[in-house]
Design a protein around this ligand. Structure first.
Ligand code: GLN
Length: 280
């Protein structure tokens, strides 16, 4: 079959299975299988695709129709201009989380120490280290399987892979010393909302990376009061938050003694990041 035809057929299949952005996913799967680029669909749409490639595409499209995330099929997700390895053990890095990285980056200086709680794929810590000089960081997660992915990303994306250390532990348990910046995108979805998430997320992403317990705020209540004991004087805490959580997280931070607490919106205009400074 020709490249363009294969694209159309795949797009229709995905559409019929209720996949959002069916056209985009069809094109990306085709590019993944054939090793082609975006422009090939328009420039070389009439080229014949090898049988082995079309068979592989059909297999992947069938899995995508079962709402397996595209990123689990290709094994990667772009984040902060870097390509991260992902699998079913980590949350797929979200574009919204780039806001958290960008805000932290504005405050990051050479040689700072960073702590990333619930590091998952390591996308936050690895991006901060990739775009800075002489900084070091620790990433913690309860999931050893997630940390393997994080370590692989650090090894591939950092010139000095040793700048990132990963610890399998519950939040701060097992963490030593003080940090200039603490970042976290903890699980923040209220348990009751999980059944109504998209099947890609609900059925394929790790539940432990999503579930923020009853009101979604469980991890903020644990992280915020403890963070003060792990920050240098003048150190900063940056947290990603979900819908409607800004007020509660801001008061938790103010209650724990953080100063100049700010809320930053994402590109959809939703409150997405809360940060503040701890002066001891
Ligand atoms: N910190 C990781 C990310 O932002 C994982 C977050 C999580 O598991 N909740 O992608």
């Amino acid at each position: 079959m020709k490249y363009q035809e294969l694209y159309e057929v795949t797009k229709q299949k995905l559409e019929s299975a209720g996949v959002e952005d069916a056209g985009l996913d069809a094109r990306l799967l085709l590019e993944y299988v054939c090793g082609t680029k975006r422009g090939d669909l328009f420039a070389h749409g009439d080229r014949e695709v090898a049988n082995s490639d079309s068979e592989r595409l059909i297999q992947l499209a069938e899995r995508r129709m079962k709402r397996v995330p595209l990123q689990h099929l290709t094994g990667t997700q772009g984040f902060m201009g870097l390509l991260f390895t992902v699998d079913e053990n980590v949350l797929i890095p979200r574009q919204d989380t780039e806001i958290l990285v960008e805000e932290a980056m504005k405050q990051l200086h050479d040689g700072m120490r960073i702590l990333d709680l619930c590091t998952g794929s390591g996308c936050i810590l690895v991006s901060l280290l990739h775009y800075s000089n002489g900084c070091t960081g620790v990433g913690t997660d309860l999931s050893g399987a997630a940390l393997k992915v994080a370590a692989e990303n650090a090894a591939r994306l950092l010139t000095d892979a040793g700048a990132a250390r990963f610890l399998e532990c519950d939040l701060f348990d097992g963490v030593d010393g003080k940090f200039d910046i603490i970042v976290s995108n903890p699980p923040y979805i209220p348990t009751g909302e999980i059944p109504s998430l998209m099947p890609e997320v609900r059925d394929h992403e790790p539940r432990m990376a999503l579930d923020g317990r009853e009101d979604g705020l469980y991890f903020y209540r644990k992280i915020i009061p403890q963070a003060t004991g792990f920050l240098e004087r003048g150190g900063m805490l940056f947290l990603e938050i979900g819908m409607g959580q800004a007020c509660a997280v801001r008061s938790l931070m103010e209650g724990a003694g953080f100063l100049e607490v700010e809320v930053v919106r994402d590109y959809a205009g939703l409150d997405r990041v809360v940060y503040g400074t701890y002066c001891g």
